[in-house]
Write a protein that binds this ligand. Structure first.
Ligand code: HSE
Length: 314
């Protein structure tokens, strides 16, 4: 039996993600499978990449592939692989722009996964990660993996290195859920990065390092007390929290409702908490209430932290 030739058209879905996870600035993130972006890639004559449609909840994105996260990611793939055909893409946005839920990363990841499905010889996932990184850079102006890696691989993902990244999927204790809350406001990642100081006090460095180590070891050993003790960002969150109206009340409400930890999702304004299955609904209600008190409507999700990563769906 001969292998099937690659299709002329492929649709890929890539999930949203929570970057940083409080203690792993730019290096740790988890997938949020309940929402995501979709990219349809279609073979066409000629060479290169073009964007023929952008649909969904954010359709004002640039159509120039070099200015678009999905387009730039796919260009990186095409420039490396040099297929003997061109690729047109259609983007369906399911993740709000400026939400802190990894929308630009998801578009980039979905584009490379869909484009890869058209190739005669598919790329390794580690290569797709590098191509997607080129796309992510268009949106945020910096190279960080904490959204693209979980969106591509699924689950809770740590990356070490940029040019030759090592990716590690971290086990999450059973019975832990993530509460994700998106208040309806826009916050540009570039703005949230621009306010960050260029240096960290030695005491904060020690504290944050301990927290990251404690959190990772707590995940590997199913130690919820260790996770509760360490899921706290003492470096980035204090600088960014003023950008999110109601942040302190939302976090306090989540912790009072039994959360293991609560912080900003990526660059914000979305927030996340980790909680046991039993306390997740109460945590969600407390966070929603804090934003309502600021007259901010929000969408909320309670998700398994082990959401699958990007995949071809059609
Ligand atoms: N790690 C990034 C940040 C995520 O916090 O700026 C945003 O894309």
């Amino acid at each position: 039996m001969s292998a099937q030739p690659p299709p002329h058209r492929a649709v890929a879905f890539a999930p949203a993600s929570v970057g940083n996870v409080a203690i792993g600035f730019d290096i740790l993130g988890f997938a949020v499978g309940t929402l995501g972006d979709q990219v349809t890639a279609i073979r066409r004559p000629g060479r290169g990449v073009d964007i023929t449609d952008v649909r969904g909840i954010a359709c004002e994105l640039a159509r120039d592939p070099r200015q678009n996260t999905a387009g730039q990611a796919l260009l990186a793939l095409v420039e490396a692989v040099r297929p003997d055909f061109g690729i047109s893409i259609e983007i369906d946005k399911g993740i709000p722009l400026g939400s802190g839920l990894g929308g630009s990363a998801a578009s980039a990841v979905a584009a490379v996964v869909a484009g890869n499905a058209l190739l005669d010889q598919s790329c390794e996932r580690a290569d797709l990660l590098k191509f997607a990184l080129a796309g992510e850079q268009v949106a945020s102006g910096s190279r960080h993996m904490d959204n693209i890696a979980p969106s591509l691989y699924g689950g809770l993902v740590l990356t070490v290195g940029i040019d030759n990244p090592r990716v590690k999927q971290i086990p999450v204790p059973p019975g832990v859920r993530a509460v994700v809350v998106h208040p309806h406001m826009f916050l540009a990642t570039s703005q949230a990065r621009a306010i960050l100081k260029g240096s960290v006090a030695m005491s904060d460095f020690v504290w944050q390092t301990a927290n990251l180590a404690g959190f990772i070891s707590g995940c590997y050993t199913d130690d919820l007390d260790m996770i509760r003790a360490s899921l706290e960002d003492v470096v980035i969150e204090p600088q960014r929290q003023a950008l999110i109206p109601g942040f302190l009340d939302a976090r306090a409400g989540a912790m009072a409702a039994g959360a293991l930890g609560c912080s900003i999702s990526g660059a914000g304004p979305s927030m996340f908490a980790w909680a046991s299955v039993a306390s997740a609904a109460g945590v969600e209600a407390a966070m929603r209430g804090a934003f309502a008190a600021q007259s901010l409507r929000c969408d909320t999700w309670i998700v398994d932290v082990n959401s699958p990563g990007a995949r071809v769906i059609g």
